[in-house]
Write a protein that binds this ligand. Sequence first.
Ligand code: 13P
Length: 257
Amino acid sequence: MNRRYRKTIIAGNWKMNMVPSQVKGFVEELKPMLPKTRTCDVVLCPPYPLLPAAVKAVKGCRVDVGAQNISEFASGAHTGEVSLSMITDLDARYVILGHSERRADNGETDLLVNAKTLAALGAGLRPIVCVGESEQERERGLTMERIAYQVKSALWSVTPDQLKKVVIAYEPIWAIGTGKTATAAQAQEVCQNIRALLRELYGARAARGVSILYGGSMNAKNAAELLSQPDIDGGLIGGASLKPADFAAIIAATAQE
Ligand code: 13P
């Protein structure tokens, strides 16, 4: 983390878990466990039908809400899709884009992730753009090429001013939901390289302002070490964001200097 230049963000990706009636209780349990002084921005990203309950439940506490995806289209004949204005009208502030599960399950391409990133920025939402290599790509020494391609594609035609709203999440696919966390050194190396790429694309000043999160089996035990790395500015948490105490413990780990 480097609080001097950028925000620390802990975001919970609930994926396809929980039901609307559980949201209020979750937030009520989380609230008293949040640090008294703000050490990071906290974001909850539940599935769409839970968003209204989440927005209502976090009112008055310093927690933001985000979606897990949006359509690249503004409105109209797109059965089963959810538009940006539906999300912004609810007061959600973030949207996760290009998660590897959407890339794998729904065939989302880098071009589509770029279209969604531009649409989200146009609507004033903060995109959390996910990038990450597969186990095979890592074994074959292709990690940085893969990540650089994903980052460059996602940010195509994103202006320097818009970049200030972008959050990047490095999520190695082999570490998601597997209990196999990247070591702090592995995660730092990739996050540092992402920042170097942003420096090439946007200049040093812009690059140092971008929050880069790590995601992949991050939990109460490994969070402090991951967050102590200079280019890891927070976490995108899956499994461990589903229990208030576990999520709160990760938030607490941002209190370190
Ligand atoms: P886990 O924390 O369950 O590994 O999931 C990480 C993730 O995919 C967050 O988006």
